[in-house]
Each structure stands twice: as C-alpha cells, then as structure tokens.
Design a protein around this ligand. Structure first.
Ligand SMILES: Nc1ncnc2c1ncn2[C@@H]1O[C@H](COP(=O)(O)OP(=O)(O)OP(=O)(O)O)[C@@H](O)[C@H]1O
Length: 268
C-alpha cells in the first residue's frame, strides 16, 4: 500500500549570516499512512519541525520529494513546492495544523466560533451557501466537543478570554473541523501548563478514536505522550534519522545509542 504522505531523500539547509549555509536535514525519508500516528522525536535543533513543515508543504527542500496520495507536493530541482500540483492543492484542503503556541494561531480579534468555522468557510461551504449557519454551528460545536470543550459560551469568547489549555483545544478544533485526512501537531503541549497537558493528550486521543482514517504526525519531546499516541516513531539526531519503527520496538528495545539515552532520560 502506498503511504498517504511520503517524504523521500529530503535535504535542507538554511543560510547562516556570514557563514554560508547550515545543513539541517541529511537525506531524510519519512511517511505516514492513513489512520496512522507517526511521532517525530529528537533533541532541540535536530530538524523535527523543518522535516514536518516540508512534509506538509509549508517549506521547500533543497532536494528530495514529498508526495500526497501519490501526487507531488515538493518536487523537482531545488525541492520546490509544487504549488499548482494536485497533490499540493489536495494537501492544503485536507490537512490541519496545530502548533506550540495556540495564541499565535488564533486571530485575537475573532471569537472562537469564527476561528473554528474559518476552514469550513474557506473550503467554500458557508460562503457559497452550501452550509447553513445552523450546520456551521453544529460542525463547530462537534469539533469543540471532540477537542474536550463544551461549546456553550465558548463560541463567543475571544482568545484573551481563554486559558492556554482552552486555546490549544480551540486550535485543535479548528484543525479538525473540516475533517482533514492528515494533521500535523508540532509540540502541541510544550507551551501549555503541565497540569492541563493531559487535556490536550486526551483531545488528540479522542480525535484518533473518532477518526480512525486520519493520519496524525506529532512532534514531541515527551516520550510519555509519544508512547500513548503513536504507532510509529522516527528518531532524528542532528538532521539524520537514527532509528524508526513501531513505537513498542523503538521505545522497548532502542537500537541507536541516541535513542537509548532518550529512553533512559525519560525513565519510561
Ligand atoms: N527559517 C530558518 N532559518 C534559519 N535556520 C533555521 C530556520 N528554521 C530552522 N532553522 C535551524 O534548523 C535547525 C533545525 O531546526 P528545527 O526547528 O527543525 O529543529 P527541531 O528539532 O524542531 O527543534 P526544537 O525541538 O528546538 O523545536 C536548527 O539549527 C534551527 O536553528
């Protein structure tokens, strides 16, 4: 079976002031199947965000390819984003993004309802009269409930009236409302107070249970979270894949020294 989203031989460097370029990914390949959760782990600066951003078509590569449902997203000489390709356009419509800081992904002027409804409106539903306001409210409310929030007065709140944990669950609701086939969650818990992180974990677990065909790519430092959510792990170290495989095998019997150290430090 072909992977839903697949990156092959990705090379990426960034310019460094006065020092040429710094290579951050060295021939990295990764893929995720429909219904699967892939966790990308590794130390700070190992290239996790860069790799996953390239996979979602948010960043170019120096070389390598990314395909979504078999069509190019990033391809050609210079690893450009294939903006006009079917793969890129489909991925744009069928992916959801959750980042570390929920307040950065929510417009501070917008009520929760508008923020969560926007992907549906952009998809052409409400704006073209295909979806009634009542249907929009129903879909937004359902997405909020799946993310662990009671819609009620939440719908009219502005981001400043939300706690960090609530804001992240609103961001998750926004990411899932249009029923994406793939979600990227990049460190979704690390900016959230440790006492409410479990709510975010529960929200992601609930989404996986409710949408068994959706793929989830999670970037996390927290091996406890990874163990709980992921099917497969990719371990990056200094821009190289040092290990990948099923979660039980990688965490239970790590082969690479680097992974062994991570597992020992997390005292799983
Ligand atoms: N836009 C950019 N311009 C220049 N350098 C960048 C850029 N984005 C990332 N880098 C560099 O690329 C390397 C990998 O960064 P990346 O954010 O992918 O790592 P990461 O594993 O996600 O790290 P962290 O866990 O700290 O978020 C780092 O050295 C970073 O400084």
């Amino acid at each position: 079976m072909n992977a839903l989203l697949s990156a092959s031989h990705i090379v990426k460097s960034f310019p460094v002031a006065g020092r040429g370029r710094q290579q951050v990914l060295f021939d990295v390949s990764a893929s995720v199947d429909a219904g699967e959760c892939l966790a990308v782990i590794g130390g700070s600066g190992s290239g996790k965000s860069t790799l996953t951003r390239i996979m979602l078509g948010l960043e170019t590569a120096d070389s390598g390819t990314v395909t979504y449902e078999g069509s190019p997203v990033v391809a050609g000489r210079g690893g450009r984003i294939a903006g006009s390709s079917e793969g890129f356009r489909a991925l744009r419509h069928e992916s959801g993004l959750v980042f570390q800081n929920p307040f950065a992904s929510l417009d501070p002027r917008w009520a929760v309802f508008r923020s969560v409804a926007e992907p549906l409106v952009l998809a052409g539903g409400a704006g073209r009269g295909n979806v009634s306001r009542a249907e929009l409210v129903e879909k937004v409310s359902k997405a909020l409930r799946t993310a662990g929030l009671e819609p009620g007065d939440m719908l009219s709140r502005r981001p400043r009236e939300l706690s960090g944990g609530q804001a992240q669950r609103v961001a998750i609701a926004r990411a899932i409302v249009a029923s994406p086939k793939v979600i990227l969650a990049d460190e979704p818990m690390s900016a959230i107070d440790v006492t409410v992180r479990v709510q975010i974990l529960d929200a992601l677990a609930a989404i996986r249970a409710e949408r068994p065909d959706m793929a989830l790519i999670i970037v996390s430092h927290d091996l406890g979270v990874v163990q709980h959510l992921a099917d497969r792990i990719l371990v990056l170290h200094n821009g190289h894949v040092v290990e990948s495989g099923p979660v039980g095998a990688v965490l239970g019997h790590p082969q690479a020294d680097y992974t062994r150290d991570l597992v020992a430090a997390a005292s799983l």
